[in-house]
Design a protein around this ligand. Structure first.
Ligand code: CP3
Length: 343
């Protein structure tokens, strides 16, 4: 192997403590950046950006030119997997995603993966990889099966994920087949990202908080574990971050049950509680409230510092508890970088 450049974020994912936490922000490529808005307007819509590898690579790199982030996340979306599974995908401005046919009303038999759909994304990975500074950790990602299924079943986002929860109770065999299809395709998709050059991957389970305990075991822990086992068999050295948003009191069970290498915490998790309840050697990622970043000033400073001190002495990656919001001032991101760098 050639001499590998030291990557602090990757080192933390491998369990090493660092003198200051490495930093990246979920959704760091996006609408709070004027250069993102300009390129999206030029290219048409969000999906046009995702499938245009040159544009997607540019968008991935935009935040890194402005901020000294330790991590870069591939610009794509979790709904690329349902698109490859044959659903029609559309992002209407101001409305969020639409998938059709809605699986609450349509059969699953048509769900045959078209893996070539992923080729432009792998091309994006190769383009970014060629331009990334060597100390930056490159992260790939996919949605976790439960969260992806909530969109596939309902055809769009929902407040309570009721359509998917209803199918999970009412027809667990059919729902299990859907989850299995997402697991299999996600293993292929993440393996492809790894083969193209990402250093680590994150599994986004944005709606993990909407399930009862037994359902959480079946639809969050088991499928994430299946993806992790499948990936480890092919790529044993690539760390996997799990982000079960809203899991709360089930976080420790999630970590133990899935075998993730690191766990992402949303902003509702008390860092002192997490530091006590989660295994001391498990790297944690998080968990600044995105609203504190919008407010900035002394509120941002004290919120960031209390997270840093709660996780002092354990492997910690600084991040938000959820994606950065479009109305976040760029000056506040700069302020956050200075706080975390100086810590
Ligand atoms: O973090 C990053 O910078 C990488 C890119 C990324 C996007 N989406 C780009 C995006 C990642 C990691 C995601 C994950 C994602 N996508 C999740 C899980 C994380 C979360 O936020 O809970 C979910 C649930 C989705 C599905 C999705 N994509 C929704 C519901 C929406 C519409 C809501 C919104 O924020 O506009 C999207 C669109 C989307 N994905 C945008 C971006 C930059 C905004 C598109 C635009 O208008 O330019």
């Amino acid at each position: 192997m050639t001499h590998a450049h030291f990557k602090p974020l990757l080192a933390v994912l491998r369990g090493e403590r660092q003198p200051r936490p490495p930093l990246w922000l979920m959704r760091q490529a996006g609408r709070y950046l004027p250069e993102y808005r300009a390129l999206r307007a030029e290219k048409g819509g969000f999906l046009d950006l995702v499938y245009d590898s040159e544009a997607a690579a540019e968008v991935t790199l935009q935040p890194l030119r402005r901020f000294a982030f330790d991590g870069s996340i591939l610009f794509s979306d979790i709904l690329i997997v349902p698109h490859a599974l044959g659903q029609h995908l559309e992002f209407r401005v101001g409305e969020g995603p639409h998938l059709s046919p809605r699986l609450a009303d349509a059969a699953l038999e048509d769900l045959a993966p078209v893996l070539e759909r992923f080729d432009p994304v792998y091309d994006t990975v190769r383009r970014v990889k060629a331009q990334l500074t060597p100390g930056t950790t490159f992260l790939g990602f996919a949605g976790s099966p439960w969260t992806v299924a909530t969109y596939m079943v309902n055809g769009e986002g929902s407040r309570d994920q009721a359509a998917a929860r209803r199918m999970a109770y009412g027809d667990p065999v059919r729902f299990g087949a859907l989850i299995d299809a997402i697991v299999t395709t996600s293993i292929d998709y993440l393996s492809g990202q790894i083969a193209a050059g990402v250093d680590a991957v994150q599994l986004f389970d944005s709606w993990a908080g909407s399930l009862s305990p037994a359902q959480f075991d079946d639809w969050v822990i088991a499928p994430n574990r299946a993806i992790i086992d499948g990936l480890r068999a092919r790529h044993p050295d690539v760390p996997i971050i799990g982000f079960p948003k809203g899991a709360g009191g089930k976080l420790a069970a999630y970590a133990a049950g899935t075998g993730v290498d690191a766990i992402g915490l949303d902003e509702t998790v008390d860092p002192d509680w997490a530091a006590r309840e989660l295994p001391a050697d498990l790297p944690v990622q998080g968990n600044l409230d995105p609203l504190a970043l919008i407010v900035g000033g002394s509120q941002l400073e004290s919120a960031a510092r209390s997270i840093i001190s709660a996780f002092e002495g354990r492997p910690h990656i600084f991040n938000l508890g959820h994606g950065i919001l479009p109305d976040t001032p760029i000056a506040h991101v700069e302020q956050l970088v200075a706080i975390v760098r100086g810590a």
